[in-house]
Design a protein around this ligand. Structure first.
Ligand SMILES: [Zn+2]
Length: 131
């Protein structure tokens, strides 16, 4: 699956809903598991609760008992409907690492022509070994 295809899938689930205190589904995420299955998610922010689109897609993947990511992308659309790729926040980067150390090799899409590994986004990560 190409970066552009995943970007389009992530954009396809964006359907913003704004309430007095919340903003929902204005960021979309698509991830490709190493089993080659796509999981989608949107963000959900209410008050101080921030639930990233990546976390939503990752949650669906975990529900399938899958923990390894091949590729992931999150996007946002501006008022002209232009799609912008968003780099995962620190919490999402750490979650991907702690789900499975092999996710350090996951490709994080930064643009249709630019991909970095999770390890490149977490250059000073620590992996805790069981004693
Ligand atoms: Zn995040």
């Amino acid at each position: 699956m190409t970066n552009d295809e995943l970007i389009q899938l992530a954009a396809s689930v964006i359907n913003p809903r704004k309430t007095d205190t919340g903003l929902f589904a204005d960021v979309g995420c698509a991830l490709l598991s190493i089993e080659n299955k796509v999981y989608l998610g949107v963000c959900a922010n209410s008050g101080s609760n921030v639930f990233c689109a990546e976390q939503n897609a990752i949650g669906s993947m975990i529900t399938d008992s899958v923990y390894r990511i091949a590729k992931i992308v999150a996007v946002w659309k501006d008022q002209q409907n232009k799609v912008h790729v968003i780099s995962p926040c620190g919490n999402c980067r750490q979650m991907m690492l702690e789900m499975d150390r092999e996710n350090l090799n996951a490709e994080v899409i930064l643009d249709k022509d630019k991909t970095v590994t999770l390890e490149e986004l977490l250059p000073y990560h620590t992996w805790w070994k069981k004693q």
